[in-house]
Design a protein around this ligand. Structure first.
Ligand code: UD1
Ligand code: CA
Length: 434
């Protein structure tokens, strides 16, 4: 693996083309902000420091990093005005580590680059003054073009400044570079902004290095998907599909059976144990943990904070949010489980609703091991159902109810029945077979 002294991530741009509020690097891609993937790229190079240039929405970016990606090596560097990518990098000059090794520059809107490509960039830097990553995608995406003479790298021209002949060049600038610290110190302050956009272009720097007698090595991506940059919402949805496919492949390789990946949505960071089956039309959000040998779907929505212990099964039209579902417990049909802890081997009948929200706050419900919740039960939180207790079909278990272990409660509002046998026959307490 390659190593860098410093990795700089440029993330101060406005993201005007997104046409959305907030900094573009915080847009979620499979449940994780775009910038998170770029920070992973940075960490893959094992740098001494990671400088993130922030500007537009900088406070939000800083707050998110501190909360979600705490790392002593990361430092945010402000760029008060967004005058271009070279200007952004210039803000980092005073902070650059003097440790030997290249300064790698990443753009915060390029989440799909693989660590292998960055390692190849650092290797290329060992045989040249600087190195850059290029690609030859089917469409140019508005990227800068790579100018060569006799095959040798000469420079980068931005699309808006390119001549028709340059526009025809198929090799484009991905926007990832490895530089020598001295070149940045010497040449960055000298770049000018006489171009179509009136910006200080970092893309001028490699050409300058060549003009000073240096060579610039290039690494060309084999997989053009790595070069998808997030400039507008259509890029974001294209990138999402690529990230989703990578996530699916990792689960499949780990023994998770996805019956139909095309209709299965699994966010970044979801843990799933081997032997678990995910059935079609299922959405699993970030922050969900699923054990081994579980079954989820079809048409199931698992939201953040949900944990399925081994062998649990959630089926058709079941939604779970912050639900801890114990070993072997089943909720197979038309159910909402919000803010609930359910023990092992419980059966949650069709149409059960855990009413967690009272209009002001979310309240917690506890359901014990082997409890049997009859079809159409509404459990109004906060409430508790003891081990092995049973509710009759259609029972409304009111707020603060505490059903003792083994008890049978039926009716509206639910009240204790003497024996379990009565409940099953008189109140129709049986749920459909799970
Ligand atoms: C840039 C490159 C282009 C390349 C493309 C591919 C330049 C001048 N052009 O164009 O050659 O093909 O990326 O990824 O570099 N940023 C700042 N401060 C600024 C301006 C931008 O931090 O003042 C950040 C942005 O947040 C973004 C990154 O730099 O993360 C790239 O900026 P963007 O405006 O997206 O550049 P492109 O037009 O995509
Ligand atoms: Ca971009």
């Amino acid at each position: 693996m390659g190593r860098a002294a410093t990795v700089v991530v440029l993330a101060a741009g406005q993201g005007t083309r997104m046409k959305t509020a907030g900094p573009k690097v915080l847009h979620p891609l499979c449940g994780r902000p775009v910038l998170g993937y770029v920070l992973d790229q940075a960490r893959s190079l094992d740098p001494a420091q990671i400088l993130v240039v922030v500007g537009h929405g900088g406070e939000a970016v800083r707050t998110w990093i501190e909360g979600a990606e705490p790392d002593a090596r990361i430092r945010c560097v402000p760029q008060a005005e967004q005058l271009g990518t070279a200007h952004a990098l210039r803000q980092c000059l005073p902070a650059l580590s003097e440790r030997p090794g290249p300064v790698v520059v990443l753009y915060g809107d390029m989440p799909l680059l693989r660590s292998e490509s960055l390692a190849a960039l650092c290797q290329a830097k060992e045989r040249a003054r600087a190195a850059a990553i290029t690609a030859t995608p089917r469409r140019s995406r508005g990227f800068g073009r790579i100018r060569r003479e006799n095959g040798e790298f000469r420079g980068i021209v931005e699309e808006k400044d390119a001549t028709p002949a340059e526009l025809a060049i198929r090799e484009v600038n991905v926007g990832v570079y490895a530089f020598a610290r001295e070149d940045l110190v010497l040449l960055l302050p000298r770049l000018e902004n006489r171009n179509a956009q009136g910006e200080y272009y970092l893309t001028d720097l490699p050409g300058r290095i060549v003009a000073h007698g240096g060579t610039v090595a290039t690494v060309t991506l084999a997989d053009e998907n790595e070069a998808i940059g997030i400039n507008d919402l259509s890029d974001l949805s294209e990138a999402r599909a690529v990230v989703q496919e990578r996530i699916h492949r990792a689960h499949l390789a780990a023994g998770v059976f996805l019956e139909d990946p095309a209709t299965t949505y699994i966010d970044h960071g979801v843990e799933i144990g081997p032997g678990t089956r995910i059935l079609p039309c299922t959405v699993i959000r970030a922050g969900v943990k699923i054990g081994a040998g579980c079954e989820v779907g079809p048409f199931t929505h698992l939201r953040p904070g949900t944990v399925l212990e081994d062998g649990a099964e959630l089926g058709n039209f079941t939604e779970a949010k912050k639900a801890i579902v114990g070993k072997g417990t089943k909720a197979k049909h038309l159910t909402y489980l919000g803010d609930v802890r359910i023990g092992a081997n419980a059966n949650i009948g069709a149409g059960t609703i855990v009413a967690n929200y009272d209009g002001k706050r979310k309240n917690q419900t506890d359901i014990g091991d082997r409890a049997f919740i009859g079809s159409g039960t509404v459990l109004i939180a906060p409430c508790r159902v003891g081990e092995g207790a049973l509710t009759g079909g259609g029972a409304i278990v009111t707020k603060h109810s505490d059903i003792p272990p083994g008890d049978v409660w039926v009716g509206i509002p639910a009240k204790p029945l003497r024996s379990r046998k009565n409940a099953a026959s008189r109140e129709g307490g049986q749920a459909p077979e799970a």
